[in-house]
Design a protein around this ligand. Structure first.
Ligand SMILES: [Zn+2]
Length: 391
């Protein structure tokens, strides 16, 4: 048994001072305050306050929208590339993530899905984190091919297709059932049928890259969509008489939504509007990180798309193409853009993401959860990342 001691802990709904975290066999068995429980004589005690006097323990960040990082694109990654990608995101506090595809030729997408499924299955069997923490790819997010031509962003138009259960099933089979999330434009012909089939397979269906009217968006939610992808970006703009998809995303309490809080994709005032609308429970942070994250300015691949990074902007033909954001920065940005404190911001990068994605045992520091933990400074700097209890 390992017992972690720190200065403070976010579960994240609760805050515990002088916390103890008991870990056995990769899982948390108990979380309490130092005064509440004796430490067993045979336990290995790790006092994090020795190296980090103000250490805050928080659930490891969960990023449900990752295209890559540190020069690696998930659609092209070989096993050794995943190693590099997983170390990179872990160094920014991420302990698990969804590898996210972009629209590409179906055959190419299927081959990418097979490779990602291999990486997911390899990570499942990984027990220890010898030689440093590696984030765990927990599933796949299909961003496309069922996207709107009007709101495709940089997804190549030639690879967008009308939704059919047949194509969805082909992708599902190639991914060996590891698809956990799918972004889809609900207004497309055939979308509602695909949404309900995906929801039946426990996929978190997320509306996005969409030009939907309010009614079409609502129909998507009724069909089983329960989330929205990078709110405001690649969506029909909000109009006060014709609110469109944003009218549904911002007002429907039964759905969560995510946002790219890099200060580039969405103005900080609009991040405030978003947080006020979706609230403490339904706001989710994503990075939408591409291979360019953590790399110098230059050209990088995003699936079949070549993107250019200059001064923190990742673009293709002048359009934003994913980001170079990391999750630790997104969390810190929230504390600067809004009145939310670090604990609230952490919640949007952890529990809210896992609840949106239907991942029990992740995103919180409670008995039964996997011991995926980030050690933060009071300013939200990552000091250490612990994955499956590996120290
Ligand atoms: Zn994306």
């Amino acid at each position: 048994m390992i017992v972690l001691c720190a200065n403070r802990l976010y579960t994240p709904q609760e805050e515990i001072l002088e916390p103890l975290v008991f870990i056995e066999d990769r899982r948390i068995t108990a979380v309490c305050s130092r005064t509440q429980r004796e430490i067993p004589a045979n336990a290995t005690v790790v006092d994090l306050t020795r190296d980090f006097p103000n250490a805050i323990l928080a659930p490891g960040y969960v990023d449900i929208h990752v295209h890559g990082g540190h020069g690696v694109d998930v659609m092209r990654a070989e096993p050794s590339d995943f190693e590099r990608l997983n170390r990179f995101h872990a160094s920014h506090g991420v302990t698990s993530y969804f590898a996210t595809t972009v629209a590409a030729p179906i055959d190419e997408t299927c081959r990418a899905l097979e490779r990602i499924a291999n990486a997911i299955e390899a990570a499942e069997s990984l027990r220890e984190n010898n030689g440093g923490a590696r984030a765990i790819p927990l599933g796949i997010h299909l961003e496309g091919p069922f996207l709107s031509h009007h709101r495709r962003g940089v997804h190549p138009p030639e690879y967008l297709v009308e939704p059919t259960v047949g194509i969805f099933d082909r992708l599902w089979q190639a991914a060996r059932g590891h698809v956990r999330m799918m972004t889809i434009a609900p207004e497309l012909a055939g979308a509602l049928e695909v949404i309900s089939e995906a929801a039946r397979r426990k996929v978190c269906v997320s509306i996005g890259h969409s030009d939907a009217s309010l009614e079409a968006a609502r129909a998507g939610v009724h069909a089983g969509a329960r989330h929205a992808t990078h709110t405001f970006n690649a969506m029909r703009p909000f109009d006060h008489r014709e609110p469109g998809i944003l009218g549904e995303v911002l007002t429907a309490n039964e759905i969560s939504a995510d946002i790219i809080a890099d200060g580039i994709h969405v103005a900080r005032e609009v991040v405030q509007v978003f947080l006020q609308a979706k609230g403490l429970a339904n706001s989710v942070l994503i990075t939408d990180a591409t291979a360019a994250a953590g790399m110098p300015d230059g050209n990088y691949q995003l699936g079949p798309i070549q993107v250019t990074v200059k001064d923190g902007m990742c673009t293709k033909d002048g359009k934003l193409a994913g980001s170079v954001l990391t999750m630790d920065r997104a969390v810190r940005n929230i504390t600067q853009f809004s009145v939310w404190n670090l604990r609230d911001a952490v919640r949007a990068a952890t529990l809210n993401a896992t609840q949106a994605a239907g991942l029990a045992q992740h995103g919180q520091l409670t008995a039964g959860a996997e011991a995926n933990i980030v050690v933060l400074s009071p300013e939200g700097e990552v000091q250490k990342t612990i994955i499956r209890g590996g120290l």
